[in-house]
Design a protein around this ligand. Structure first.
Ligand code: ZN
Length: 473
């Protein structure tokens, strides 16, 4: 608690921990909440379906709030909450492979529990926003590679909106004792570090996507001059997801959408429904940021990189999605963007010293992970051709093993297998070497670029904004 004030870990460190063996594999969370915005009192019961992955006398969940009871397999368990962990000792030890049902009851004021890490529990004038760190609203697996389904029900005062990931049941709330009851369902597993909860005054727009999925967009009531630019970008989400599905394979979640909040300070690819700070829509025509965040649904959430050396497996791919979207919009092709970046950064530019797989974690430069990573993908595309390149991208998302964090070596091995080519030299030059690759992303015969692509300033501003904010995805 006090230590939380002393620690100066960055949100990035919070968002990209290394994988851990926590001894459990969660399949499902059922989260029932009651929240009062005026007092910040949150009461909840979370039921967790999981399996022991080794013999367990004791196990931990990630959680910060005051707990009133815990049961394991319907028997009371002893517990303690300390340093963001809920430690549980079941009455009977659990054998490796045993199913377990864990029920945790709690009540607290989450705003008073800031651990100084991550995005926390952000009180807003009309409620609260929690992004990427469920410890403020439900207990979850310590291992952030552990993906699970989640149902949420939340009772709030009548007239208050509740938004989370997934499908909104009944297209809206139902009357309930104490106000309105909102019910949401995520029946495709997602990582808990990509969870979203927003409670407060929002304008909800509900529609249907081309693939038949529900689209729920939410806009905080105080966007002012940015309300229209935000809607002009976010309302195109189904069109953008449709294009991304064409390039990357089937969309991985059961619903689509976006949430814009004037009080949130970052952009995060929360599953199925990214959250955007309104400031990103000060940049003209920023549907590019919508392409970036929704690309993270594949490369960021399904492919869930953990640890600094693999962040490029999310960011480079999401930036490359902006290149592809730029081409789709007629604002410059992916090849033109990659070439322009390559030519603009001369060989003696210091940013080439940090390759995508070994970026300086203290640097806020977007270049190594976002830009060089995306140019690296263009170089791969040049080497293997369009058809093979997109087959590699689709297979990479489709072949992810559930509940494990991906490695760069798995990606490069897959690219070699799918293409049937030895790509070691190419990957060494683009992903590992601390210098500018001798050959540009479009091959040795391509001329230097002379014209700045129309999308260049927006794509560059987005990358700089994400990197400066230590935006996790
Ligand atoms: Zn990103």
């Amino acid at each position: 608690m006090i230590a939380g004030l002393m620690l100066t870990a960055t949100p990035q460190a919070m968002a990209t921990p290394d994988p851990v063996d926590d001894g459990i594999n969660v399949g499902h969370y059922s989260v029932d909440l009651n929240y009062r915005p005026s007092t910040d009192v949150l009461s909840g019961v979370t039921t967790i379906l999981s399996t022991a992955t080794r013999d367990l006398a004791q196990f931990d969940l990630k959680f910060l709030l005051k707990v009133s009871s815990v049961s394991v397999n319907n028997e009371p368990a002893t517990y303690s909450v300390k340093d963001g962990k809920l430690s549980i000792t079941p009455k009977k030890p659990l054998a490796n492979g045993a199913d377990m049902i864990v029920v945790v009851r709690y009540s607290d004021t989450p705003g008073a529990r800031d651990d100084g890490l991550g995005f926390g529990w952000l009180r807003t004038p009309t409620g609260a926003v929690a992004v990427g760190s469920p410890a403020y609203w439900y207990p979850s697996a310590v291992d952030q590679a552990d993906q699970a389904t989640l149902d949420l029900s939340a009772v709030v005062p009548t007239g208050v909106e509740v938004i989370t990931n997934g499908v909104l049941k009944f297209d809206g709330p139902l009357p309930a004792p104490g106000g309105d009851k909102w019910q949401w369902r995520n029946d495709r597993p997602g990582p808990s570090n990509a969870s979203l909860l927003a409670i407060g005054q929002y304008d909800l727009k509900i529609s249907k996507a081309p693939n038949g999925q529900q689209v729920v967009n939410a806009y905080s009531a105080d966007l002012g001059a940015l309300d229209s630019p935000a809607r002009a970008a976010i309302e195109r989400t189904p069109e953008i997801v449709n294009m991304l599905s064409h390039w990357f394979g089937p969309y991985p979640y059961n619903a689509q959408g976006g949430l814009v909040d004037s009080k949130f300070f970052n952009v995060v690819a929360t599953t199925s429904r990214p959250i955007y700070k309104s400031g990103v829509f000060e940049t003209d025509w920023n549907s590019s940021v919508v392409a970036h965040e929704n690309a993270h649904q594949w490369y960021g959430n399904v492919v869930n990189p953990l640890g600094n050396g693999t962040r490029w497996l999310g960011e480079a791919f999401a930036t490359y999605a902006e290149f592809l979207w730029s081409q789709q919009e007629g604002l410059g092709t992916a090849a033109e963007l990659a070439q322009y970046y390559y030519d603009k950064f001369p060989a003696d530019h210091p940013d080439w010293k940090a390759p995508p797989t070994n970026p300086d974690p203290t640097s806020s430069s977007a270049f190594p992970i976002y830009t060089r990573g995306a140019i690296a993908l263009q170089a791969l595309r040049t080497e293997v051709g369009d058809e093979t390149f997109f087959r590699i991208l689709r297979n990479w998302a489709a072949e992810q093993k559930p509940d494990t964090a991906p490695t760069t070596e798995e990606f490069t091995a897959l690219a070699e297998r799918v293409s049937g080519k030895d790509l070691k030299e190419l990957f060494h030059a683009w992903l590992y070497a601390p210098e500018r690759p001798a050959v540009g992303p479009n091959g040795p015969t391509t001329a230097r670029s002379t014209v700045k692509p129309l999308s260049y300033d927006t794509v560059t501003a987005n990358a700089q904004r994400f990197a400066a904010a230590k935006h996790h995805m």
